[in-house]
Design a protein around this ligand. Sequence first.
Ligand code: AMP
Length: 281
Amino acid sequence: MKIYTEVASLQQEISRLKKSGHTIGFVPTMGALHDGHLSLVSQARNSAGITVASIFVNPKQFNDPEDLRRYPRTPEKDAGMLEKAGCDILFMPDEKEMYPPDFHLDYKVGYLDELMEGKHRKGHFQGVVTVVYRLFMIVQPDMAFFGEKDYQQYVIIRKMAEDLHLPVQVIPCPIIREPDGLAMSSRNQLLTPEHRAHAPLIARTMLGAREKMRTLSPEQLKQWVAESINQDPYLELEYFEVVDSGTLLPVNTWNEKNSLIACIAVWAGKIRLIDNLKFSS
Ligand code: AMP
């Protein structure tokens, strides 16, 4: 695996590979890798000639400085995992390399920024599209792989690629979970042992909610989820929404023909966890 920290030398290598007919599959990450990230690498390897991963903890997408400060950073371990997973190229820029002075992106996320994660993390998605756009310009991927763990992020990036006619296919990859159901996340390693032990209730509640949806209205279901999470002293619900999986707009009745997805954010002490589950109507 080749490791690049500079844009210019990475671009040289990418254009050499493209000229010789290779397709590029791209997996952007913020590091502290786990099997969820590696599943994206594996899907990239199955779909593209060359797999490029990036590790960059993007300050622009953190709305909470404390969250940025404590975000886990394990670059050597990550590089070893990527090499073992068969990744061809790792791009690890620092902030100066990533963002030229005064770099900004004119693209606005729009109404998707007002919902769920956007509503609770002001500026987060604007930071995400800025870094992903810049990475797309640098890496020039044919395909880019995003986890459905961050479902709203995937929908926003897919829309940006469509809106701007970017020549990249944005490919969703399923959520990878721990054996007890907790969705894998770099932030899980920041949980105290007690919070970690209680966190699987999030996924269990989502499964329970999917069962219950036939007998409760959307409003009642929200209440049931709030009670299920908040009766646990280690967890606190931030939001639970059942939304259309294409538009991400909330549904008010179960009559919708469209496919539905339930999205949740929960505080486990100082750590914020998100998860989602596809619901059929
Ligand atoms: P992050 O490093 O958190 O920015 O995540 C990088 C990519 O990995 C994003 O596309 C995430 O959606 C994806 N990802 C993170 N956790 C998981 C998971 N448990 N299953 C599948 N994909 C994931």
